[in-house]
Design a protein around this ligand. Structure first.
Ligand SMILES: Nc1ncnc2c1ncn2[C@@H]1O[C@H](COP(=O)(O)OP(=O)(O)OP(=O)(O)O)[C@@H](O)[C@H]1O
Ligand SMILES: [Mg+2]
Length: 332
């Protein structure tokens, strides 16, 4: 669908190319020297804690915010100097994106078609395409406020691609949508990518990170890891990961973090994941928990998942930042 899309990018140029991209709000740095290269047709997931800078980065890349320093080119356009031209070549679903509830599906599409200046002659064909893609046949004249969340998100995605943008920025597009509808939404993302559309999508759902070609982990404005889900899982955590079940995970985590040989302990639902230093003995953990009168199962070694890698990396960088602050205080 995308071959006829006019784009400022030469074929070999990455679709997204950010170098040292930085956004400061007053003294606060929300996005800090970010380097990011994304090729045509890639689906890149953006993961990070609340306030990490995901939305700010996306808004910079859409040309909606001006960088404080650094540069970014998207679809061949400079985000700072060619923002106006860039916007015709991107699709953007903002974090709080909403459709008009008191308009029908078709009316919403007509409205957004106007905003994106889709020529009248091709608008009907584009609306038909989007209705089909989103699985909304028969619901064209249904009021959007009566649609379930999953349909609404797919219609919102449809509105963002009416003008056939070669790049899509989706900021938490599936938040609050039930799992099966999220899965369908991701099928659409992959269909678009297969046609050459490049997608940068932020999410808090780890299962969605697994659907991406690459995942970028951002924390406190910095890109702290990027790679395929497989590459990230294979990252050296510096120890062996154990899982155990415990009736009072909150108290157990505090006991374990203070224990010798424990590099990190984190709660995963009703389980605990504990990273033990190479050469340390996991069997002593049970005795420690028993001493603290906490009931727990015996620790079992497990392979780390993406979430383990992220938790470890975020905690590690938080500790490094704390040490850096201490050093600065000592020198002050
Ligand atoms: N216009 C602004 N003025 C001042 N601070 C801002 C502005 N926009 C964002 N910030 C701050 O920048 C930081 C990054 O915000 P951002 O919305 O990019 O995070 P996020 O990773 O998208 O978080 P979430 O997962 O909650 O959506 C936050 O501390 C936020 O308060
Ligand atoms: Mg956000």
């Amino acid at each position: 669908m995308n071959d006829s899309v006019p784009s400022g990018a030469a074929p070999a140029e990455p679709v997204v190319l950010a170098r040292g991209l930085t956004k400061r709000f007053g003294k606060f740095t929300a996005v800090d020297s970010l380097d990011l290269t994304i090729a045509r047709g890639e689906v890149v997931g953006f993961i990070g804690p609340n306030g990490a800078g995901k939305s700010t980065t996306i808004r910079l890349l859409c040309g909606l915010l001006t960088p404080s320093s650094g540069t970014a080119r998207v679809a061949g356009f400079d985000v700072a100097t060619q923002a106006e031209a860039l916007r015709a070549h991107i699709g953007y679903m903002s974090q709080k994106f909403s459709l008009y509830g008191d308009l029908t599906c078709r009316e919403n599409l007509r409205f957004f078609g106007g905003i994106y200046r889709v020529p009248g002659a091709s608008l009907d064909e584009r609306i038909r395409f989007v209705i089909g893609m989103a699985g909304l046949e028969g619901r064209e004249d249904t009021l959007v406020r009566t649609l379930a969340g999953g349909w609404r998100q797919r219609l919102a995605l449809g509105c963002a691609i009416l003008h056939r943008p070669p790049v899509l920025f989706l900021d938490e597009p599936t938040s609050g949508v039930e799992p099966q509808a999220r899965r369908r939404f991701w099928d659409l993302i992959h269909d678009l990518a297969a046609e050459g559309v490049t997608v940068l999508v932020s999410t808090h759902y780890m299962d969605e990170a697994e659907y991406c070609n690459r995942v970028a982990l951002i924390d406190a404005g910095r890109l702290i890891a990027i790679g395929s889900p497989g590459q990230l899982r294979e990252r050296e955590l510096g120890g062996t990961l154990y899982e155990l079940a415990c009736t009072a995970p909150g108290e157990a985590v505090a006991v374990l973090r203070a224990a010798p040989g424990v590099l990190e302990a984190a709660i995963f639902g009703d389980r605990l994941h504990v990273l033990i230093a190479q050469g340390s003995d996991a069997s002593s953990l049970s005795a420690l928990l028993a001493q603290a009168r906490l009931e727990a199962s015996a620790p079992v070694a497990i392979a780390p998942g993406l979430e383990d890698v992220f938790v470890q990396l975020v905690m590690r960088t938080a500790r490094e930042r704390e040490r850096e602050r201490e050093r600065q205080r000592e020198h002050a």
